[in-house]
Design a protein around this ligand. Structure first.
Ligand code: SF4
Ligand code: SF4
Length: 304
């Protein structure tokens, strides 16, 4: 039987923040959330996207010549324009752009394509108790591919983790959990309406799935992005800690400070960036937030 293929936008080797040990993180395309602070906007669409790096363009004009659809144009003003609405993502201009100013974000891969990459790093996993993490985007957005990849990893005795938003049907979690050693579970806000405002969806399903998962028996690490002014205040943090306290199998709460490393991607993808004026939290602020959580009996870590 042929295994399903999946769309990915990156495979990151030697990852040390996506679960225990040295890991390889596979980033899948497609996400049901629209978080204001998303630092992987290339993950949002489940389709590939053409990205133009203006700083690399040498103006050779090859892309204008090759594109049959008028996807690239130089206006009389001299401005170079990519017409996303005309582009059918055939990828031909990417092939002809020797300066690598045009990049196709997203490629279709088979389970075996990914396994070939993973097997190269098995010695590192073995020496560090590491493994593979499937991230995104939302791994359950491509449930059949994620399931097939996890099954194959377990068949080859690799430690597996998924990094999930919680926004997926419980039926799909039940499919994959038998093949998952660790869940990295994102929590962004405890208030349903604020959650909807900042991510596009309420958090009812996310909280319900987490309750069910905590009964399932798999270890769960909670990951909470700390976004100044949106969720970094005491009421919000303690609301999450209160929700987590009675749950079982929560190994720790990882605080992830907001950073601005993804900003340039918004420009390249021509997407609105809703966070331009927000500065990352300081180390002192992150430590302060950790002290608010400690009384709830949860192990808390600050990343970065
Ligand atoms: S082919 Fe690449 S380098 Fe040449 S004009 Fe087009 S984008 Fe620029
Ligand atoms: S990907 Fe194809 S259709 Fe799109 S701009 Fe390039 S050559 Fe034109």
């Amino acid at each position: 039987m042929e295994l399903p293929k999946g769309w990915i936008f990156d495979i990151k080797k030697f990852a040390v923040h996506d679960g225990p040990g040295i890991r390889t993180t596979v980033f899948l395309k497609g996400c049901p959330l629209r978080c204001w602070w998303c630092h992987n906007p290339e993950a949002i669409s489940s389709r590939p996207e053409l990205v133009f790096f203006a700083n690399k363009c040498i103006g050779c004009g090859e892309c204008f010549k090759v594109c049959q659809r008028g996807g690239h144009e130089i206006l009389d003003s001299g401005e170079r324009v990519y017409h996303r609405e005309r582009c059918v993502l055939c990828g031909e201009c990417v092939e002809y752009c020797y300066a690598e100013a045009l990049v196709m974000e997203g490629k279709e891969v088979s389970v075996e394509d990914v396994m070939i990459e993973l097997r190269k790093d098995i010695p590192f996993y073995e020496n560090s108790d590491g493994g593979i993490t499937i991230s995104g985007g939302e791994p359950l957005f491509q449930i059949e591919f994620t399931l097939a990849l996890l099954r194959q990893c377990k068949a080859e005795h690799l430690h597996t983790a998924i990094d999930t938003s919680g926004q997926a049907s419980w039926a799909n979690y039940e499919k994959i959990l038998p093949f998952v050693d660790l869940v990295l579970y994102d929590m962004k806000h405890i208030d349903p309406e604020r959650h909807r405002e900042y991510t596009g969806v309420r958090n009812d399903l996310i909280l319900e799935n987490l309750r069910k998962m905590s009964q399932y028996g798999v270890p769960i690490e909670i990951r909470m992005p700390i976004i100044p002014t949106l969720n970094d205040y005491r009421e919000s943090i303690e609301g999450i800690a209160t929700f987590l306290r009675p749950l079982e199998n929560i190994t720790r709460l990882q605080l992830l400070p907001y950073h601005r490393l993804g900003e340039a991607k918004y420009e390249r993808l021509e997407r609105d960036n809703r966070m331009p004026s927000i500065e990352p939290p300081s180390k002192e602020q992150m430590q302060q937030i950790a002290t608010w959580i400690q009384p709830y009996g949860l192990e808390v870590n600050v990343n970065g």
